[in-house]
Design a binder for this molecule. Structure first.
Ligand SMILES: [Zn+2]
Length: 121
């Protein structure tokens, strides 16, 4: 699971509708998988991100290279950094905890399991 995916996940336990995003990452195992750099694709993707959630999540997995505020202009260095953080950093194993209800979703073999037990839906 990449951070670009994580950035879109929120808790969906029944009744958990506020403060249920972003899911807090812990006990993660990271793997870097290199992929082709495409600045145009990155530029359009960055606009769709929840930036403050991204920098928090990145910090939770030990990445502290992102600027607090999304710059107006994206230079090459910035894009390369974002490329690494968003597209090449894979969370292989880990836990994602809802900041509201504390429900824990697991990431196993790179795949987030967002399924709930019947009583939670
Ligand atoms: Zn929740």
């Amino acid at each position: 699971m990449r951070l670009v995916t994580h950035n879109m996940l929120q808790c969906h336990v029944r009744g958990c509708n506020v403060n249920n995003y972003p899911l807090q990452l812990s006990e993660v195992e990271i793997e870097i998988q290199e992929t082709e750099f495409n600045s145009q694709f990155l530029r359009s993707m960055i606009r769709k991100l929840e930036w403050s959630a991204l920098i928090n999540s990145a910090r939770e997995i030990g990445i502290t290279t992102l600027p607090e505020v999304l710059p107006d202009d994206f230079d090459e260095d910035f894009l390369r950094n974002i490329h690494r953080v968003l597209l090449e950093t894979h969370i292989q194993q880990g836990k994602m905890t809802c900041p509201n209800c504390n429900h824990v979703y697991l990431v196993r073999d790179g795949i987030p399991n967002m399924l709930l037990n019947e009583s939670e839906t």
